[in-house]
Design a protein around this ligand. Structure first.
Ligand code: ADP
Length: 357
């Protein structure tokens, strides 16, 4: 399928845009089809989430998108962080005119070929506080997903609103099947607790967690290179292990990140040789080399017969939230098509090794 008008007439019988859902109105169905038509031209859709604002979610989204683009991929960056759309500033495209017509908006392309759309590009006054009520926010998110003409992309990185409330929920539900989420945290305990909620949020939505990034993890003095753990460090890694999700890496607290953000050149572009530039490089390499493919292979983990194996962590015979440290796994083999359990086994987990399942 290559364009909006052909949505619903392609041969992909598994696409939910093929038919109307029960109780779905004509307009909702058309909107869903229009989004599906855009999204099915994009190979990988990745949502960047954080438990709260200010932890560096937009910085991570921008650098990951820029690094993927520098690695030769066709990449779009969609900033729907309605309360703080900072991507235009970070890429020096504030004030760029967004071209479009009655039905489409065209992304702004940076000098390095990254396609960008941000709610900040459409605001008249960049200091204007966006005081929108819930339905307006939903409408804006819907419009962005439906109307932005990305063309064919390898990756769409979505800078989502923070938290686990209505707005990130709308993003995930409207995209329907994002390929995964990157969760950004800082090392403080309170932030790590927020991430736990973000992981639960992903699990409830069947959204694979591609990994956790601990941002602002230790400060390297630009003068003497001494490393100081201002907020502590390692909390994000320990939590990722405990929850059984990949840890993508730690990004130091680095004044250069702020300067790069202010100058409009992501650190992976202008300062790739620095400690922080290299740390972002490692994150993106990990994404490209393993986690995305893992998510693709394992989610859903469908065998050749169309059966699915589901591992449920248990302790004392009940569901346990510690996926990485549970007592046993109840492993069910399920006939996904007929929704029947074919077999179940109680297995002891192997030595703690995230990803081994
Ligand atoms: P969020 O999207 O989570 O609200 P931002 O990415 O906008 O957070 O970052 C908030 C502020 O923190 C920005 O000024 C940004 O430049 C700064 N920042 C983000 N990551 C780092 C870092 N690793 N070192 C120093 N400053 C950072």
């Amino acid at each position: 399928m290559s364009n909006e008008s052909s949505c619903g007439s392609c041969s992909d019988s598994s696409c939910s845009a093929q038919s109307k859902k029960p109780n779905e109105g004509d307009r909702e169905f058309q909107e869903r089809q229009a989004i599906a038509a855009r999204m099915c031209r994009i190979k990988k859709k990745i949502v960047v989430l954080s438990g709260k604002g200010g932890v560096g979610k937009s910085t991570v989204a921008t650098n990951v998108a820029a690094a993927l683009s520098l690695a030769g991929r066709k990449v779009g960056l969609l900033d729907i962080d309605i309360h703080g759309p900072s991507v235009p500033k970070m890429l020096h495209i504030e004030g760029s005119r967004v071209a479009g017509n009655e039905t489409e908006l065209y992304p702004v392309e940076t000098a390095s070929g990254l396609k960008v759309m941000s709610i900040g590009l459409l605001m008249q006054n960049k200091d204007e506080a966006v005081i929108w009520r819930g339905p307006m926010k939903y409408g804006a998110i819907m419009q962005f997903l439906k109307d932005v003409e990305w063309g064919d992309l390898d990756f769409l990185i979505v800078d989502s609103p923070p938290g686990t409330g209505d707005e990130p929920l709308s993003v995930v539900q409207l995209i329907e099947k994002p390929d995964g989420a990157i969760i950004v945290t800082t090392p403080q305990d309170v932030s790590v607790a927020d991430v736990r909620r973000s992981i639960m949020f992903c699990r409830q939505l069947d959204l694979p967690v591609l990994g956790v990034i601990e941002n602002m993890s230790g400060f390297v003095c630009p003068h003497c290179s001494e490393h100081t753990d201002i907020f502590g460090t390692g909390g994000g890694k320990a939590m990722a292990e405990e929850m059984g999700v990949p840890f993508l890496g730690a990004i130091p607290l680095d004044p250069q990140v702020v300067m790069s953000g202010d100058s409009g050149k992501p650190i992976v572009e202008g300062e790739a040789h620095t400690e922080t530039g290299k740390a972002f490089g490692r994150v993106v390499r990990q994404l490209l080399e393993s986690h995305l493919e893992e998510a693709e292979k394992n989610f859903p983990a469908t065998s050749s017969e169309g059966n699915v194996k589901i591992a449920v962590p248990v302790a004392d015979g009940v569901l346990c939230m510690h996926f990485g440290h549970c007592e046993h796994f109840a492993v069910f083999e399920v006939d996904a098509q007929n929704k029947k359990i074919l077999d179940s086994q109680k297995l002891s987990p192997p030595a703690h090794e995230p990803g081994v399942l």
